[in-house]
Unconditional design. Structure first.
Length: 287
């Protein structure tokens, strides 16, 4: 007479799966709530630390469960392996952040070699140069042409313009730009309140659209792609003897260590500026 043995289910595998799944779900929920301004930065940090700790605990339990199941033949191997995979995915962002932390141990700003700190209105910031220098751009074109390309590059980079200054542009005393709001907190004029045709309306709603000068200083705000942490960006466009030079600086508003985000913001802008200039010069088709 043949018999069979009943094997129990591994509780470690169950707990490992529950912890890994919770950590996996907590990450996007925390980021989503932060982007919706339902969490502040300190609460976000605590939520991410909690998710990282739970993910690490889930991974340890998953490994322990796999070893127990392998030796005792208990049920739950599929759940233990699933917990290992899900926990690994949840832990991956923290491993990436740890790598960036070792690569950029300090600094919350970045700038190209031609950008002087005196040109920026932001407070002095620690600039990390561990990953090499950032080189600006020079183009055989007028500053006005490069300015239009820079506007396109800024739009594709997700930057918003706060102010543009040129020596040829009369400035009003005080923070008033001549539009509703201030430089630091722009409040656009409602289109419904303007009794203009479409062309006049577009010109009135954008005071920086068409500026003809050989010297521009653009103040803008850039954002991190995932958490949308803001950075104050200064872009300098200067034409000298037929050559226009572009340099910029980016400083995080709320981060003491940006993990290289400002460098990536500058690199992304310069790459898009190159593409925009090729389109304006007819070298590449407009995408």
């Amino acid at each position: 007479m043949a018999g069979h043995y009943l094997t129990g289910r591994s509780r470690s595998a169950i707990w490992a799966w529950n912890l890994a799944a919770f950590a996996f779900a907590l990450l996007p929920i925390s980021v989503g709530f932060f982007r919706l301004h339902l969490l502040d930065q300190s609460i976000l940090s605590l939520s991410l630390l909690l998710a990282g700790g739970i993910a690490a605990l889930g991974l340890l339990l998953a490994v322990f469960a796999i070893l127990i199941i392998w030796r005792s033949g208990a049920r739950g191997g599929g759940r233990a392996v699933g917990a290992l995979l899900v926990g690994g995915v949840a832990a991956a962002p923290f491993l990436g952040a740890a790598y960036l932390f070792t690569k950029y141990p300090d600094g919350h700003a970045a700038e190209t070699t031609g950008m002087s700190a005196a040109l920026s209105e932001t407070a002095p910031a620690t600039v990390s140069t561990l990953d090499g220098v950032l080189v600006g751009r020079d183009f055989q074109a007028t500053a006005a042409t490069v300015y239009q390309a820079a506007r396109t590059a800024m739009e594709k980079s997700g930057m918003t313009i706060a102010d543009v200054r040129t020596p040829d542009m009369a400035r009003l005393d005080g923070p008033d730009l001549g539009v509703s709001g201030t430089v630091s907190v722009p409040i656009p004029t409602l289109r419904d309140s303007l009794n203009l045709d479409d062309e006049e309306e577009d010109d009135a709603s954008e005071p920086f659209a068409d500026l003809d000068s050989d010297d521009y200083t653009i103040q803008a705000v850039g954002y991190a792609p995932l958490f949308a942490f803001p950075s104050d960006v200064t872009i300098r466009i200067v034409e000298t003897d037929g050559t226009t030079y572009v340099d910029l600086r980016s400083v995080s508003r709320s981060l003491e260590r940006d993990l290289g985000q400002n460098r990536r913001l500058i690199q992304g802008f310069l790459a898009r500026l190159d593409e925009a200039m090729k389109v304006l010069e007819g070298v590449a088709p407009e995408s």
